[in-house]
Design a protein around this ligand. Structure first.
Ligand code: PLP
Length: 451
């Protein structure tokens, strides 16, 4: 980047500490430790201002599905900027990138999901969803059918609506979330909360909490259930196989809409276009972002089923963002979808990358610090534990071991994130078996260094 070519790292760090407020970060601690300045990306590797070559096993923030440094993406953005850098999609206007992207998404989405409402991010899209499902039921003559049920430890974004639907208690402690009308049931995290029960029984027990919550609120008052097919930011929590079929049955029984938050699971992460296909979910709305553009441009949206779109399209839905369907972002996202298809990246995931990753995770899972492997396609977590058999917690504060391991990863030129004491893996989908071998070597070294 321009600055890093001109300034030494220490000066960049000082400027950062003086002026840049980081999300989800204790900025003062960062000031003491010094922030790492990322300067370039190519394929699955990042460079920093000190010239280190870092393997990014997180795809940035679950975003860069096609890998870094794609010339075609640059060209698509440049072409669109020259042609039409901005126009809105409000007030009886549209433009070709938004049209083409919406049509392409309708083609890729499961049957019956044919309409797209664009946003700038996953948070914005989930705020859209909240207002859309309530408006849908109100227009159907049931304005009281407005409550939304979500799950503890879910992540749906940081805005008031999406953060309220999310189930992160540490977020709810700040700034007045959750807003009224949102309810949270327990998550299907067998590894952490399943105790002695069989995963299948635990999955059913957790799903049936939804039934109980709907009964408690009255089905006539419940608009929707929102969930990630596989919880991502909560720690890559792959639900037991019994969970989603039971959730689907319960929602159908009570006429409650399903919003599948595909922000992480979408665009090949689980081996299909959408996590809903992998997990066997039939959603009414899917939230998309991140992998939609592989993070090359900020764009999100809601893919909406015919029935809801018909109702919403018949009224003026007083909702939208200046950057809904931003032409440059839409052109970049479209190019990303073309790359995913032309390079058969989903086949690569299914046939090559996911099996190779699974093999490596099984090796890492044998490390004395690791208590198991949670994996679905190209998203995975390794819970750290002092005692594998009992899935025990550390005596130290939760997150300390995870933090230590993340730092050890960084010292070994590897990005793995930690959520509490779980190490999170979500590499670019294009990662090769050789690169997965590099990941394995560095991860093992980091685990050894932490142990
Ligand atoms: N939904 C899920 C499942 C996410 O993982 C995220 C972000 O991590 C969001 C929504 C929010 O997306 P954004 O950060 O683009 O607002």
């Amino acid at each position: 980047s321009i600055l890093s070519n001109q300034l030494p790292t220490a000066e960049l760090q000082a400027l950062d500490a003086a002026h840049h407020m980081h999300p989800f970060t204790t900025n003062d601690e960062l000031k003491e430790r010094g922030v790492r300045v990322i300067t370039r990306g190519k394929g699955v590797y990042l460079s920093d201002s000190e010239g280190n070559q870092i393997l990014d096993a997180m795809s940035g923030l679950w975003c860069v599905n096609i890998g870094y440094g794609r010339e075609r993406m640059v060209q698509a953005a440049a072409r669109q900027m020259m042609e039409l850098p901005f126009y809105n999609t409000f007030f009886n206007t549209t433009h070709t990138p938004a049209i083409a992207l919406a049509a392409e998404l309708a083609k890729l989405a499961p049957e019956g999901l044919n309409h797209v409402f664009f946003a700038g991010s996953g948070s914005e899209a989930n705020d859209t969803n909240l207002r859309m499902v309530r408006t849908y039921w109100a227009e159907k003559g049931q304005p009281q059918k407005s409550h939304v049920i979500s799950r503890k430890n879910a992540y749906h974004g940081s805005s008031m609506g999406s953060g309220s639907m999310g189930g992160m208690s540490y977020m709810h402690e700040q700034g007045g979330m959750p807003i009224p009308g949102i309810h949270h049931i327990d998550q299907p995290d067998w590894w952490a909360e399943g105790g002695d029960s069989a995963p299948e029984d635990f999955g059913l027990e957790r799903a049936r909490q939804l039934d109980a919550k709907i009964e408690e609120l009255g089905a006539e008052n419940v608009a929707a259930f929102i969930a990630e097919p596989v919880q991502g930011a909560g720690g890559v929590i792959v639900p037991p196989a019994t969970y989603w079929p039971e959730i689907q049955r319960i929602c159908e029984k009570h006429n409650v809409l399903i919003i599948a938050d595909e922000v992480i699971c979408g665009f090949g992460r689980t081996g299909n276009w959408f996590g809903s296909q992998t997990l066997g979910i039939k959603p009414h709305i899917m939230t998309i972002a991140k992998g939609l553009s592989s993070g090359y441009a900020p764009i999100g949206g809601s893919i909406v089923c015919d029935e809801i779109a018909e109702v919403i399209n018949a009224v003026e839905f007083n909702h939208g963002y200046t950057y809904s369907g931003h032409p440059v972002c839409a052109a970049v996202a479209l190019e990303n979808l073309h790359i995913l298809q032309e390079e058969n990246i989903l086949d690569h995931v299914r046939d090559v990358a996911a099996p190779a990753l699974r093999e490596t995770l099984d090796v890492l899972g044998q490390h004395p610090l690791v208590g198991g492997v949670n994996v679905c396609g190209m998203m995975a977590s390794l819970p750290l534990t002092p005692h594998r058999e009992s899935r025990a917690k550390f005596a130290m504060d939760t997150g300390t071991a995870g933090f230590m391991c993340r730092e050890a990863c960084f010292a070994n030129d590897l990005v793995m994130r930690h959520v509490g004491d779980r190490m999170i893996i979500s590499p670019p989908l294009v990662i090769t078996p050789d690169e997965i071998d590099v990941f394995r070597t560095r991860a093992l070294k980091a685990l050894d260094d932490t142990y």
